[in-house]
Design a protein around this ligand. Structure first.
Ligand code: 6R9
Length: 648
């Protein structure tokens, strides 16, 4: 298999594509010549109280300002629920499969409306108002989806947090966002491990102390065990919420009113909160998901992403529901309690569209073809991936073995900041190349910029940038517009820089080559190496550290940490301490695969740590270390290689 493998669009005679290649071409041309008209047409995918007449207003220059559909008003929960109550009242909107409890729950659009309204009333009773932030830290249960929608019904800004975050990280986010209320669960099972949601929240609130603005916490009971509740602050979700009225008049929002924030890692400093605006986000979610995952009657879309990621927002909740589809969530793992678990669920729930991360594909692949061949899987008609690069071998396995060559595979490239798919195929319309995220959807123009800052034409490699604004673009970083400008618009003035490198081939297909900054991607989770180094920098037992990403067969990348222990520290530090420190400050997902305590780090003569070298040493790729003459102490390299070999 080479990267020249091309699977023609016509290879899927049973896939009903939404348009012809000529129509796609015409759509691109229209978006190019009259972007405002194009996007105002796309805006009609969602329901507006007041239809917008303005498209984009703003600029990527100077202070950077972005606004879309600014004179329109809408409410996201109406786009996702009320808009479908006339024709899809009794259609299932949400299937929630509860692995731990061995049961599932299906909510129709009518049920969803009722649940969302009750919670909107309950939150209002607790004092939550338009513009207030509400933190949501829940496992994959229907209340997670209901909570997000209830916030939008009130106009509150939701901040969904990942259950894997440590109490410190949660505390930091609660303080930074100024959240007024929290919705959490008692606990969750992740395979055999317990994720202690309530305990983490209690600890986080304790740590945040006076700096927290949290007045109330709703707790979804996810097990029979008693949970300590703080009277006056904590409420049992169902005991409290279910008494409220099942109707709530949605609050009209201006298109530019913030809808949600999401913390994500960047190349510098602590995690930052990306802010998304209501109108642009909803149009973009409906458009991108409508172009790639076209909901048809009887379709069940299972996107396996946690709701705390952008994929969980757009591909689990807002995209499918805005398009009137059926979306499924599950707290299961792909290969637990036994290999093929997800395959069983595809058969049990007649999933038609499966959307997951390359890491999960590789994990299933490792269990072998026999596991797949034991199942039927004939319900599937479309497969998708996002979050990290997929190697052509895994792509082909997904396509040939899981999809039986009947289902197109959509590799979609996007980011928390882009809110929806930027690069990705319209399935059945475009030819596919295993390992390539195809090209930009109509209305989006991407560019590759070389090291001199110039845009490349034709086949080339470079920094992946986006030329013009798109409706789902994040508007700012919470309370830090300056960092927003610096992070995305300073590298190539006038363009949005994604942080990724890419190559464009002779057919105009894009191949993502990975991050160009110090962000690593572990099983689709973004982690800034600076975040890890900052944590270690605050510990007096460590002089200095460097965190790097190395290739990993299943997770894509793994974290490796080199640290110089302090000789004069009263207490010694060992490798386990370092792992624990990172897990407790950031989260379990950030725990390194290897830690090396070393006498020094390789540096240039000006003192800069040479990470390129550390990456090679950590991955055992010591044959081609390159020119070491610029190092201040070349002999150190041998010492470091010996450390790595010893622990291997
Ligand atoms: C949706 C999501 C964004 C970063 C992004 C890139 C990597 C995402 C990818 C991909 C190669 C794909 N990424 N999709 N790399 N191929 N199809 O993952 O958002 O968590 O913000 O991560 O993930 O490096 O810059 P987010």
């Amino acid at each position: 298999m080479t990267e020249h493998t091309v699977i023609p669009a016509g290879a899927y005679p049973h896939y009903s594509a939404i348009m012809t290649p000529e129509q796609l071409q015409a759509m691109r041309a229209h978006a190019q010549t009259d972007p405002d008209a194009f996007w105002l047409e796309q805006a009609q995918r969602v329901h507006w109280f007041k239809n917008p007449t303005q498209g984009f207003v703003g600029s990527f220059e100077n202070d950077v300002s972005i606004s879309w559909f600014a004179d329109g008003t809408l409410n996201a929960s109406v786009c996702c629920i009320d808009q479908h109550l006339t024709d899809k009242r009794d259609q299932v909107a949400l299937i929630s499969q509860r692995e731990a409890e061995g049961r599932s729950e299906s909510l129709t659009y009518r049920d969803l409306h009722e649940r969302v309204c009750r919670l909107a009333n309950a939150l209002t009773y607790l004092g939550v108002q338009k513009g207030d932030r509400v933190a949501i830290c829940l496992p994959m249960v229907s209340e997670a989806v209901v909570s997000m929608l209830a916030c939008t019904r009130i106009g509150a800004v939701h901040v969904v947090m990942f259950g894997g975050c440590s109490a410190d990280a949660v505390a930091e986010r609660l303080v930074d966002s100024g959240a007024r209320a929290v919705i959490t669960g008692s606990m969750a099972w992740r395979g055999k491990k317990i994720v202690p949601y309530k305990e983490t929240l209690d600890e986080a609130l304790q740590k945040a102390g006076e700096n927290s603005n949290v007045k109330a916490m709703l707790v979804v009971r996810t097990s029979d065990e008693a949970v300590p509740m703080l009277p006056g602050r904590d409420y049992d979700y169902h005991d409290f919420v279910d008494h409220f009225e099942a109707d709530f008049i949605p609050v009209p929002m201006n298109a530019e009113d913030p809808m949600f924030m999401l913390y994500t890692s960047g190349s510098t400093g602590k995690a930052k909160a990306v802010v998304h605006a209501t109108g642009g986000y909803m149009v973009w979610a409906a458009y991108t998901m409508g172009m790639v995952y076209t909901h048809q009657p009887k379709d069940v879309l299972w996107c396996t992403a946690d709701v705390a990621w952008i994929t969980g927002h757009t591909s689990v909740v807002y995209g499918p529901l805005a398009n009137g589809g059926t979306t499924m969530i599950s707290d299961s793992l792909p290969t637990f309690p036994a290999p093929g678990r997800w395959l069983d669920l595809i058969d049990a729930y007649k999933v038609t569209m499966l959307f997951t991360a390359p890491t999960a594909v590789r994990a299933m692949m490792a269990d072998g073809d026999a596991e797949v061949n034991k199942r039927d899987l004939s319900s599937l008609r479309l497969l998708g991936v996002a979050g990290e690069p997929i190697n052509p071998d895994a792509w082909l396995w997904y396509h040939d073995v899981v999809g039986k060559k009947r289902c197109p595979v959509a590799d979609t490239w996007w980011q928390t900041e882009t809110a929806g798919v930027v690069l990705g195929p319209v399935p059945g319309v475009q030819s596919l190349k295993p390992g390539s995220a195809t090209m930009a959807l109509p209305g989006v123009e991407v560019a590759l910029v070389n090291t001199e800052g110039r845009r490349e034409e034709g086949p080339a490699s470079g920094a992946l940038c986006i030329v013009r604004s798109w409706p789902g673009q994040c508007r700012t970083l919470w309370k830090d517009h300056d960092r927003f400008r610096q992070a995305y618009f300073s590298m190539v003035p006038g363009l949005y820089f994604t942080g990724d490198g890419a190559r464009r081939d002779e057919d105009g297909y894009y191949w993502i080559t990975g991050r160009m900054d110090d962000v690593i991607n572990i099983a689709g989770h973004r982690l800034g190496t600076a975040e890890v180094e900052d944590v270690l920098g605050e510990d007096h037992r460590i002089v200095e550290s460097a965190a790097v990403g190395v290739p990993h067969a299943v997770k894509g990348q793994a974290l490796v940490v080199f640290a110089i222990p302090c000789k004069s520290a009263a207490t010694e530090v060992n490798e386990k301490d370092i792992s624990r420190l990172i897990a407790s400050q950031i989260g379990r997902y950030a725990a390194p695969d290897a830690v090396y305590l070393v006498p020094d780090l390789p540096r240039t003569r000006s003192g800069k740590i040479v990470r390129r070298l550390l990456r090679k040493i950590a991955s055992g790729d010591t044959e081609t270390l390159g020119d070491l003459s610029a190092l201040s102490d070349a002999s150190l390299v041998e010492t470091l290689c010996a450390f790595v070999q010893k622990q291997a």
